[in-house]
Design a protein around this ligand. Structure first.
Ligand SMILES: [Zn+2]
Length: 84
């Protein structure tokens, strides 16, 4: 009886480990390809702190760092702030 419980517990642990491994592999895949999942990610505008989906965001690289903005106005404001 105890052996059965032990085997069940081991199977559950194995199941979770496998699931995590699969998830890890999938995440790696997404990272490598930069798929549409990334496009749905909400990003924060550092100027007005509005959250926008990455696909709608204005993406600018300012002094080597990539920032996402809700609009071109915010991107310009951020660049001005960095400059001055
Ligand atoms: Zn904004």
């Amino acid at each position: 009886m105890y052996r059965l419980l032990l085997i069940t517990a081991l199977l559950v642990v194995l199941y979770f480990l496998l699931r995590q491994a699969v998830r890890g592999l999938r995440n790696k895949d997404v990272g490598d390809r930069g798929t549409s999942l990334d496009q749905d990610q909400m990003v924060e505008d550092p100027v007005c702190h509005t959250f926008v989906p990455r696909r709608n965001a204005v993406i600018e690289t300012v002094s080597g760092q990539t920032h996402c903005f809700c609009s071109k106005q915010c991107a310009a404001a951020f660049q001005n702030r960095q400059a001055g």
